[in-house]
Design a protein around this ligand. Structure first.
Ligand SMILES: Nc1ncnc2c1ncn2[C@@H]1O[C@H](COP(=O)(O)OP(=O)(O)OP(=O)(O)O)[C@@H](O)[C@H]1O
Ligand SMILES: [Mg+2]
Length: 287
């Protein structure tokens, strides 16, 4: 197991009129190599939770162990935590600040005190993994890039730290459909090639169903549900109560079945639906 969260609670602005309990006794375990989808209504505590995982926020109560290291202990250095866990923020382009793409991505590895050769190879590899052409892009200013490219530079900067756990908080928010698909494809590629543990915060049930092997559903600072996509998306009614949906194609197949058509209602992706509908049509042709 790579992450163990025990009795984690967090209160913003304690003992003030603005006191908000954002996390309420979270217990969660994530296995090495998991691809976790973190979903939940706006304000449910997703960003607060993931900011705890790389030490950006210290818990009000509770403990977080990552790869055997108690990252919430006073003596644990933030620098060690950042090497273990990389966090790409919601709208990460606001974090870009260097004059060139190369310098921006090299910033983290340089702070680790690595030598130039190692920095160079990490920048190249990270750029390749997120689909940025090294020769064409290295000397460009991050500020003149498109939204999707800026997003890639920010992701590459975290990937170049070679963390064991990569967390992406809404990495496709605000991108057009093509940009979204490309970035998600690159994240999937990264997962397959590098075998790292990934936590993806997303509002898109389609993206979650397509990519992850485990879903964690948050509501009001607590974990409301946990399981494989198949297990979680079976509870359509409960998800609806939490202000969440199921993938459109799952919903469609359930409605199609409820009209008396003998198809599976356990469908999560367009690909699965295609196979199931072709089987159905063939049976119908033969009948
Ligand atoms: N900096 C802050 N100061 C005070 N309260 C905050 C702060 N950030 C978040 N909160 C509150 O903590 C709770 C959890 O917020 P959080 O941002 O973690 O939710 P979220 O699930 O990431 O939401 P979204 O889907 O909108 O990104 C909310 O009630 C929010 O208003
Ligand atoms: Mg958030």
């Amino acid at each position: 197991m790579i992450i163990k969260i025990e009795n984690l609670s967090y209160v913003y602005n304690p003992e003030s009129p603005f006191e908000t309990k954002a996390l309420d006794n979270i217990n969660l375990e994530i296995e090495n190599g998991d691809f976790v989808g973190l979903i939940g209504h706006t304000g449910s505590g997703k960003s607060t939770l993931v900011q705890h995982l790389n030490g950006l926020i210290r818990p009000t109560r509770g403990k977080i162990i990552i790869d055997g290291l108690d990252i919430t202990a006073k003596e644990t250095k933030l620098r060690t935590v950042r090497q273990e866990v990389g966090l790409v923020f919601q709208y990460p382009e606001y974090q870009l600040f260097e004059e060139t793409v190369y310098k921006d991505i090299a910033f983290g590895p340089r702070n680790l005190g690595l030598d130039e050769g190692e920095i160079d190879s990490r920048v190249k590899k990270a750029m390749e993994l997120v689909g940025l052409d090294f020769e064409n892009m290295r000397d460009r200013s991050p500020f003149e890039l498109s939204g999707g490219q800026k997003r890639r530079v920010a992701i590459a900067g975290v990937v170049a730290m070679e963390p064991k756990v990569l967390i992406l908080d809404e990495p496709t928010a605000g991108l057009d459909p093509k940009g979204r698909d490309e970035i998600l494809g690159e994240i999937q590629n990264l997962y397959k090639k590098e075998g790292i543990t990934i936590i993806l915060v997303s509002h898109s049930m389609e993206d979650i169903a397509k990519l992850v092997n485990k879903i964690v559903v948050m509501s009001g600072g607590q974990i409301a549900m946990e399981g494989t996509p198949r297990e979680v998306f079976k509870n359509g009614k409960e998800l609806e109560k939490l202000g969440l949906g199921i993938p459109q194609v799952t919903d469609f197949m359930r409605k199609f079945k409820s009209k008396g058509n003998p198809v599976s209602d356990d469908i999560l992706t367009i690909g699965e639906a295609k196979v199931e509908l072709l089987k159905y049509l063939r049976r119908k042709d033969n009948a």
